[in-house]
Design a binder for this molecule. Structure first.
Ligand SMILES: COc1cc(/C=C/C(=O)SCCNC(=O)CCNC(=O)[C@H](O)C(C)(C)COP(=O)(O)OP(=O)(O)OC[C@H]2O[C@@H](n3cnc4c(N)ncnc43)[C@H](O)[C@@H]2OP(=O)(O)O)ccc1O
Length: 258
């Protein structure tokens, strides 16, 4: 059953912010939190154009709440894992971009949660680990599907076999996170990015979230056809026509390095 106290949910302009709120347990992900997260991601109000997920306190998340793993038999374990898959799918297939603001521990299931987001912003304090090997378990939140696509099978295998802790800087180098920023600013940066992506044409964001991952996984011929179809749909939309006219009439911002 959903435990609403495990999340702090807020609306900041067009951005929905979701704070994982079990700081005394390092935001370990228990059943109540996962159910609350699912509810929250199911009922995103129409006016919301981006979501930021962050951790309350010093950490993003210490992963699965190990105290809830004790009593599960194999069947319950399977159901549990598939429940997680459904929650994280809600992130990956969200109708608006989801940005994870990372700090402190980003461990196990916490890392899997972050993998499902579309953009990862890490402050210097963030560190990543998959200690499942030392706990005698395996990833169960989609990590073996999503993480190798970001950092490669060999590096994920290294994380799982050695339990090595990767730094925030390594996370950027290896393609896990897209931004590395100073301590204390992950939330603000994620919010800034949320406001920025909210300005895009919704159809472009839709294409990036829904079509791009499929195109990237398709064989090149299928991918190129899908790209052409998506491009055609987007450019024939009135929104594109209005935006391009605004640029040609010098009524909109130019592309400038930030
Ligand atoms: C199998 O099917 C699955 C699996 C999964 C996903 C699996 C995973 O996520 S495995 C990874 C599990 N996480 C860990 O092993 C991390 C454990 N925590 C730590 O190492 C540390 O707590 C820390 C995160 C590095 C923070 O250290 P520190 O700041 O010193 O804080 P502590 O004093 O250690 O902790 C404070 C308090 O929090 C409790 N706590 C921390 N992490 C967890 C946790 N993961 N689960 C439960 N409780 C946690 C800690 O015990 C302390 O509690 P007190 O009561 O003693 O205060 C997915 C789906 C599947 O189906």
């Amino acid at each position: 059953m959903a435990d609403p106290s495990t999340l702090v949910v807020d609306t900041v302009g067009p951005v929905l912010t979701i704070g994982l709120n079990r700081p005394k347990k390092r935001n370990a992900l228990n059943d109540g939190l996962m159910a609350a997260l699912k509810d929250c991601l199911t009922d995103i109000p129409d006016q919301i154009r981006a979501v930021v997920i962050h951790g309350i306190g010093d950490h993003f998340s210490a992963g699965l709440d190990l105290s809830e793993l004790r009593e599960r038999d194999a069947t319950e374990g399977l159901v549990h894992s598939q429940t997680w898959h459904r929650v994280f799918d809600k992130i990956q297939y969200c109708r608006v971009p989801v940005i994870a603001a990372l700090k402190g521990a980003v461990i196990g299931g916490g890392l899997e949660l972050a993998c499902a987001a579309h953009i990862r912003v890490a402050e210097a304090s963030a560190y990543y680990a998959l200690p499942e090997g030392s706990r005698g378990i395996f990833v169960g939140g989609g990590g073996s599907v999503r993480l190798p696509r970001l950092i490669g099978v060999a590096r994920m295998a290294d994380m799982m076999l050695t339990g090595r802790v990767y730094s925030a800087a390594e996370g950027v180098v290896h393609g896990f996170s897209q931004y590395l920023i100073e301590n204390g600013s992950a939330y603000d940066k994620a919010l800034e990015l949320g406001n920025r992506v909210a300005q895009n044409a919704p159809l472009t964001n839709f294409a990036v979230l829904q079509a791009l991952p499929m195109i990237a996984e398709a064989n090149p011929q299928t991918g190129l056809l899908m790209e052409s179809l998506m491009a055609t749909v987007a450019q024939s939309d009135q929104e594109a026509k209005t935006r391009i006219r605004a640029f040609l009439d010098h009524k909109t911002a130019k592309v400038r390095p930030s």
